[in-house]
Design a protein around this ligand. Structure first.
Ligand SMILES: Cc1ncc(COP(=O)(O)O)c(C=O)c1O
Length: 359
């Protein structure tokens, strides 16, 4: 068997969910499990949280149906709402909480006769300018939903653009815009992603929406997950499948992009970009062998990459290599590769087997 595995610690996810809830006593929280639970496996994550989570949030109806099959009662929030008219009836059958982010969605909902009324979440564009209604449109939509046969609760939701940069002025403006429409009658309100859960109590409202923090990564560039009390959920482990000595001036890998400046010991690792390891990770990106950081060298290949073991003479073929995880924060690898932990975690490809522990 190819020595590459993503070990998922389900107890860590339960712990991280509890951290989110502790930040905002008395509030409820949708565990954000879109994109296959950020790469961790939606079936296992929903099952692990099934007694603990107040609800789940997903990006589309297909994901919602998967969660509903695992959990008969949980509230399931469809973060982008329906994409076409035919989906409203399915959403009703699944008993979803539905985001409405534009007037077309509203008209489609009100034009459908549903098997049961749905909880709706009017999405406000409070400043991110990705999805949502401006204040005037939101007020108009709010009155159209009142008393409609298709509608159970009318709720309010918005999303921060810069909550991960502490003290950002846009966050303050977004919070004010949100508060400005609270003269309207909403049953529930939701604003906080992980960054806001961890640092902006005024944004907690009624329902939190923790995503990245559940998986034990940090939403902040300058603050690590461990400092936030989070435990990494995914450890990606490969093996040294070859070792060789290269002389000064010799190159390693495609394009000969890295050349030895000293006599070097090079290890070949059983993980590449077809597994989700970022191809653009530069030489110097850290990996862990025998508890010690070693640098990536040369270009990442489809199934393999190379590390410089010169400063770790004890390393041997067959040694485990941690790409990220329990001892090497995914955020550290992401920073070196010019990306974010979200991308690395959610892009681990299906060919990497997941092994679950602490179920
Ligand atoms: C609308 C919405 N809410 C919540 C989240 C969770 O955000 P985070 O993973 O930063 O906690 C996301 C993720 O992208 C989102 O799109």
């Amino acid at each position: 068997m190819r020595p590459l595995i993503a070990t998922i610690d389900l107890a860590a996810i339960r712990h991280n969910y509890a951290v989110a809830k502790r930040c905002a006593p008395g509030r409820q929280a949708f565990a954000v499990v879109k994109a296959n639970a950020y790469g961790h496996g939606v079936r296992e994550v929903v099952t692990a949280l099934s007694d603990q989570a107040d609800g789940f949030a997903v990006a589309c109806l297909e994901e919602a149906a998967e969660v509903r099959a695992l959990h008969g009662e949980a509230r399931i929030l469809l973060l982008e709402g329906c994409f076409e008219a035919a989906e409203y009836q399915l959403a009703a059958q699944l008993g979803l909480d539905l985001v409405l982010h534009n007037e077309q969605q509203l008209a489609q909902l009100l034009g459908t006769s549903l098997s049961r009324p749905l909880n709706t979440w009017l999405k406000m564009d409070s400043g991110m300018h990705r999805l949502g209604l401006d204040e005037a449109a939101l007020r108009a939509c709010h009155s159209r939903l009142q008393g409609a046969a298709q509608v159970a609760e009318v709720n309010l939701i918005s999303h921060f653009a810069c909550a991960d940069e502490r003290g950002h002025e846009v966050t303050e403006q977004q919070l004010e815009a949100f508060l400005d429409v609270l003269d309207l009658d909403f049953a529930q309100r939701s604003l906080a992603n992980s960054a806001a859960i961890l640092t902006i109590p005024a944004a907690h409202m009624d329902w939190l929406r923790p995503g990245i923090m559940l998986y034990g990564a940090s939403p902040f560039a300058e603050l690590g997950a461990a400092e936030l009390g989070l435990v990494p959920a995914m450890t990606l482990t490969a093996q040294l499948i070859a070792c060789r000595d290269v002389a000064v001036g010799e190159s390693v890998g495609y394009g000969c992009s890295w050349r030895a400046e000293r006599p070097s010991r090079i290890g070949t690792v059983s993980c590449g970009y077809a597994d989700g390891y970022p191809r653009h990770a530069p030489s110097g990106t850290p990996l862990l062998v025998r508890g010690q950081r070693v640098p990536l060298v040369g270009r990442v290949s489809m199934d393999m990459l190379a590390v410089d073991l010169s400063d770790l003479p004890a390393a041997r073929m067959g040694d485990e290599v941690q790409l990220w995880g329990a001892q090497l924060p995914v955020d550290e690898v992401a920073r070196a590769a010019g990306t974010i932990g979200y991308e690395l975690l959610s892009k681990v490809t299906p060919r990497v087997p997941r092994r679950y522990c602490n179920a």
